[in-house]
Design a protein around this ligand. Structure first.
Ligand SMILES: [Zn+2]
Length: 274
């Protein structure tokens, strides 16, 4: 989740060294289209990048959402909107293309640090750079939860997740409804209720909690459930995962946030390896 006053804008530039990368962006004034008129159709075929969800014949599965201008953004009807600009363009005489981006730190597939809902943790510096990479990388369970309710204590109990399981990705109705593919923010998404978060904390060894919309907590228990999860600073929340077409079961998960000093959230790349 993201609260307006907690939103941190990320602003940095990336060097796009290969001009073909620009071919995939929607052309507009800020992002001029490449000169394709002089190319033959054969050239264009060779220059069409392949975008994949899986690698190595399905062994590596990308569970990160692609950042798109029409992806949902917290409490916005209009989606994320433009997040990438090209102030240095080769078509305008620059020696290289240099993009600049700006977006809320809690956009798309992202991680929450303890400073997100505890201001004294924020002040003390518990940012995304302090998160434990051991928790974010290792054996993980992908489970389906009942589709007709939020994740309550009762639901958590019914999942029978064994002690010793440290990382769990919870697939919910949000995936079936393809909510991460809908531009308007939808408050009817499902997630953890406070009692579900408390049950997980008290009765399991789970330290990585992943879900499939912009908040692990249901909208009605937004702050209370976050407070339960983040109080100990041992549990890491990964939100907005892309869990379509992945079989439930055991994988190795690998999630890597950016080292954004002072940020209580960060875009994160998450993959599963069979
Ligand atoms: Zn968040």
């Amino acid at each position: 989740m993201v609260l307006l006053n907690a939103a941190v804008a990320i602003l940095f530039t990336t060097l796009i060294t290969f001009s073909a990368a620009a071919a995939s962006f929607v052309a507009d004034d800020a992002y001029p289209s490449p000169h394709i008129a002089s190319m033959t159709s054969c050239d264009l075929d060779d220059l069409s990048p392949i975008r994949r969800e899986e690698y190595d014949e399905g062994r590596i599965i990308d569970i990160t959402h692609r950042y798109r201008s029409d992806m949902p953004s917290w409490e916005s009807d209009d989606g994320l909107g433009q997040f990438l600009w090209l102030p240095g363009s080769m078509k305008n005489g620059s020696l290289a293309n240099n993009s600049e981006m700006k977006l809320p730190a809690h956009t798309g597939t992202h991680v929450d640090a303890p400073g997100h809902v505890y201001d004294h943790y924020f002040d003390a510096g518990f940012d995304v750079d302090t998160l434990d990479l051991h928790v974010l990388n290792g054996p993980a369970l992908l489970v389906d939860v009942p589709r007709d309710k939020n994740i309550t204590a009762e639901v958590m109990k019914s999942l029978n997740i064994p002690r010793g399981v440290k990382r769990v990705l919870f697939r919910t109705l949000n995936t079936d409804r393809r909510l991460m593919w809908q531009k308007p923010f939808d408050t009817s998404y499902v997630g953890f209720m406070k009692d579900g978060a408390q049950w997980l904390k008290d009765n399991t060894d789970i330290k990585l909690v992943g879900t499939d919309y912009l908040s692990v907590a249901a909208f009605d228990d937004l702050i209370p459930a976050h407070l339960v999860f983040l109080e100990s600073r041992e549990i890491i929340l990964v939100e907005g995962l892309k869990l379509e077409d992945v079989k439930a079961g055991i994988y190795n998960v690998h999630c890597l946030p950016l080292r954004l000093l002072g940020a209580e959230g960060s875009p994160i790349r998450c993959i599963l390896i069979k």
